[in-house]
Design a protein around this ligand. Structure first.
Ligand code: B12
Length: 289
């Protein structure tokens, strides 16, 4: 998104004076562009980076285009977490649920912590609730869609580095889950990688083709489904060996990853959280440099 904001708009969003914003821009605390006429303009990415790093509170998220978060009270924006998210998802309150996910991120939470924490925990409770009746599948689908909408809104605030190291992956064959790989790809993007998310139910052959065509630094597989057959385990092992021979790391994660990791090749690196994944990515980049 190429939208830019004036110092006045940023000031309204974070309840600071316009002159402070101009001072922070001139002092280099907020990255800004100058128009031909000499006016300061701040990109959405830089505005969000400043808010998150400085720990300042956004009092009017709508001023930065996050209108969904305007539907929450100040307390909800500041304190809301997994329990509130669960309630909003269960009630199908799309706008407030999206707004809550956005405001947790704007408060400075990392994407890994947002996905490992509130989103994962709220979805676990949705799963426990939905288990009771088949009609509740609607709630699971809607909750998934709401989280995806919010995460896609967040995505535009994270710099996308086209020339960053490539990472390709998705959910294993037969696995219908969208959210885990979306979270993985966002964490990769926030760590400076260029993610290619192949989404749910991805044939191993597609990931192999991706290795051949694009020469990625990393491939990932996500395993949520419990329908893990011997073929699926063997396919994961072969993929990890194939990646290794081409100098590419292969990482697996997901709530049912043990079903593969217990038996697969030790070339497959198994990690349970995105926080661990972040540390792994940082190490990988340091080794490659
Ligand atoms: C939404 C949902 C669905 C939706 C999926 C919609 C979609 N297209 O995405 C639908 C309705 C399709 C569905 C179907 C089914 N589901 Co379902 N589903 C869920 C639910 C509620 C949420 C999953 C989710 O998105 N979580 C959010 C993500 C962000 O969290 P996560 O998956 O844990 O991922 C985190 C980590 O694992 C990690 N991670 C994940 N991938 C990776 C990859 C890497 C590389 C790394 C480093 C980390 C990592 O990072 C994430 C953030 O921390 C879960 C509940 C739960 N406990 O997870 C049940 C749940 C998984 N489903 C369950 C069941 C039983 C089913 C069905 C069998 C129901 C049925 N009778 O048909 C089918 C099976 C489908 C199949 N083929 O496997 C059970 C599974 C029980 C088990 N034994 O495993 C659960 C646990 C619900 C429950 N409590 O009973 N489901």
């Amino acid at each position: 998104m190429n939208r830019t904001f004036s110092p006045q708009e940023i000031a309204a969003a974070i309840d600071a004076s316009e002159s402070s914003i101009k001072r922070w821009i001139d002092g280099g605390r907020i990255e800004a562009l100058k128009t031909q006429g000499g006016h300061r303009r701040v990109t959405l990415e830089s505005a969000i980076q400043f808010v998150r790093e400085s720990g300042r509170r956004i009092v009017q998220p709508g001023a930065l285009g996050f209108h969904d978060a305007d539907s929450l009270t100040e307390d909800e924006m500041e304190l809301g977490g997994a329990d509130l998210l669960y309630e909003l998802l269960l009630a199908g309150e799309e706008r407030r649920a999206r707004g809550l996910i956005l405001s947790i991120y704007l408060r400075g939470e990392s994407l890994a912590a947002l996905c490992d924490g509130p989103i994962r925990r709220a979805m676990e409770r949705i799963g426990e609730y939905a288990q009771r009746r088949i009609e509740n599948v609607r709630i699971e689908h809607q909750a998934t869609d709401i989280c995806m909408q919010a995460l896609n809104q967040l995505r535009v605030t994270i710099p996308f580095i086209d020339e960053g190291p490539l990472a390709i992956g998705g959910a294993i064959p037969g696995d219908p889950y969208f959210l885990p790989s979306l979270c993985v790809s966002l964490v990769l993007q926030s760590e400076g990688f260029h993610p290619i998310n192949l989404g749910p139910n991805t044939p191993y052959q597609s990931i192999r083709n991706g290795i051949d065509d694009r020469n990625p630094m990393l491939v990932w597989i996500s395993i949520s489904s419990d329908r893990v057959t011997r073929d699926i385990i063997e396919g994961a092992s072969e993929l990890a060996e194939y990646a290794h021979k081409r100098g590419c790391a292969a990482v697996a994660g997901g709530r049912n990853m043990e079903r593969i990791c217990k038996y697969a090749s030790n070339r497959l690196i198994c990690l349970s959280t995105l926080t661990e994944f972040t540390a792994f990515l940082r190490g990988l980049r340091t080794t490659e440099e």
